[in-house]
Write a protein that binds this ligand. Structure first.
Ligand SMILES: NC(=O)c1ccc[n+]([C@@H]2O[C@H](COP(=O)([O-])OP(=O)(O)OC[C@H]3O[C@@H](n4cnc5c(N)ncnc54)[C@H](OP(=O)(O)O)[C@@H]3O)[C@@H](O)[C@H]2O)c1
Length: 318
């Protein structure tokens, strides 16, 4: 197998046509690296110069072949919530397969995107699953760096975009509880820069939070989106437990999962915030001021993005 990339470093980025993987792939290509991706959602005609392969979780040998010739593996693979045959347990098992495949193929370094505050003891499967994946990575034998973002914004984002969409389209927006829990987002381009900076052979294994300079409370964030989109929507506070059923009803209309109970609990418990220094430079509040006119014009549907049958899939065997 050849990469066709001359002497440039070949890296593998999961999800190069999705969200954070796209930002990482674009920055790697701009630095002259070759990029291979694993994805279930490749565009029909790929003019980006990215090599494309399927996630072959059904075949460890094929999966390992996807990593042949790869210097650094940037792992963004994860599932946001359980749905259909996808679950956090499946995502943990698949993540372990990715690390084993990378190790088997002789990958030099794994840079893994995790989440702030992962914990094996967490009652939230997202957070306990992420901790299991981090533990598996540490045991993989491959030098590694872990970057832990709380929430991403910018680009093709779902969370802020859909808050904006709701504020543009509903007469009332309900915040669960006091809304005084803090949200420390990082711009997706800052995350990509931070992630790529971890590809440094002189570094020992490391863990770093991926967090921006601002820590608005959830209420402050919603009000900033409201101002940026010039929405006239009323913002009210309701008991925390009223949000999951309201979100389910809205989700039925939108044919999506807007916000899971676990995601709400994680935010309300402060898991989307950290005390440490900022590792990103873009201020979410300033970014909103400049991008409010474009934010939330269309609804970003997570089920369509990740759970609908892939269309126009082109798989290139690498
Ligand atoms: N987005 C955030 O606000 C946020 C916040 C904190 C932490 N993180 C972490 O950052 C990492 C990347 O997140 P992201 O939002 O950038 O993810 P993403 O681009 O939407 O997806 C990343 C990769 O996972 C695959 N994937 C996602 N959902 C899947 C599903 N249900 N079934 C099968 N494959 C699925 C995607 O497949 P395709 O290539 O086929 O699309 C893609 O390759 C994750 O580890 C996440 O936990 C994200």
């Amino acid at each position: 197998m050849t990469s066709g990339l001359g002497n440039s470093q070949l890296d593998l980025v999961t999800g190069a046509f999705s969200y954070s993987g796209q930002a990482i792939a674009e920055q790697l290509l701009a630095r002259g690296h070759g990029v291979r991706t694993l994805t279930a959602h490749a565009p029909g005609a790929d003019a980006s110069g990215i090599e494309v392969a399927d996630y072959r979780f059904d075949d460890p040998v094929e999966l390992a072949q996807s990593f042949e010739g790869v210097h650094t593996f940037y792992n963004t693979y994860w599932v946001r919530f359980a749905h259909g045959r996808s679950s956090h347990e499946v995502a943990v098992a698949n993540s372990m397969m990715l690390f084993e495949a990378a190790a088997r193929a002789g990958v030099q370094r794994i840079v893994h995107v995790s989440i702030t505050h992962p914990s094996i003891e967490s009652p939230l499967p997202y957070f306990s699953g992420k901790a299991k994946v981090e533990r598996a990575l540490a045991g993989s034998g491959v030098p590694f760096s872990i970057v832990r973002p709380a929430i991403l914004f910018g680009g093709n984002d779902v969370l802020l975009n859909n808050i904006a969409w709701l504020l543009r389209n509903l007469p009332v927006f309900a915040i669960g509880g006091s809304g005084d829990y803090r949200i420390r987002g990082i711009h997706v381009d800052d995350l990509a820069r931070l992630v790529i900076a971890q590809d440094d052979e002189s570094r020992s294994d490391s863990v770093i939070d991926g967090v921006g300079p601002d820590r608005p409370t959830f209420t402050e964030l919603v009000l900033a989106v409201r101002a940026a989109t010039k929405s006239k929507c009323r913002v009210i506070h309701v008991p925390l437990q009223a949000i999951p059923p309201a979100s389910r009803v809205l989700g039925r209309f939108l044919r999506d999962v807007l916000l899971t109970r676990d995601e709400l609990m994680a935010m309300a418990q402060g898991l989307a915030d950290t005390d440490g220094p900022s590792t990103g430079s873009i201020s979410v509040l300033q970014w909103l001021d400049h991008h409010g006119d474009q934010l939330g014009l269309d609804y970003a549907n997570e089920l369509e993005r990740h759970f609908a049958a892939p269309s126009g899939l082109v798989s290139t065997t690498v």
